[in-house]
Design a protein around this ligand. Sequence first.
Ligand code: IMP
Length: 210
Amino acid sequence: MTTKLLVATRNKGKLAELRELVTDLDVELLSLDDTPNAPADVVEDGATFEANARKKASEYARATGLLTLADDSGLEVDALGGEPGVRSARFAGPHATDGENNRLLLTRLVSFERGERTARFRCVLAVADPLGPLGTDVHLESGACEGRIVSGPRGTGGFGYDPLFVPAAAGERTLAELRGEEKNALSHRAEASLKTVAFLRTYLRNRLTP
Ligand code: IMP
């Protein structure tokens, strides 16, 4: 029996990425745009990626009754004590553009040498299923991509902080200079997604045969 899986996003790119990873699962992926009874928005006011992903997954699952997957991700810069972290999307202000966030990051790091500019992207994925075997539990998986922040933007691909971030595994190229499939092979989101798909493979079997 095909299980409906709500992916708590309106981002078509994230949905498409996940669709490629779940081809061997018997699930029908739905987005928030396919579920009129989902809350318009869940405020991401947690202090950690885990708290935000957990909150989003459980609130959307409770409102819709569906098995639900939610994510939170961002950039942690060591020289800034882990900032921008959960504030990555709004680092330069509530409606900041990627360009504004990137410029602020470069300004804050201007006095730091190459070796002091270490950073990582982190992604946490949460699965909630209040009407299934998980009950009130939320299952969490995470992924990370280690690297450093360069002194000026390079490349045109990707989004967010990609033009400023060189993954340790990619030589001197920023994420925005990698091809889509190269980024997917080493990204924080891909690592968390693969772990979550592995969890769901077993979970769905148990859910159908309690
Ligand atoms: P969200 O988890 O989609 O809300 O992402 C939060 C913010 O983190 C984004 O707006 C970006 O600024 C940043 N971010 C998360 N993942 C990436 C990535 O893969 N590349 C560049 N920026 C990212």
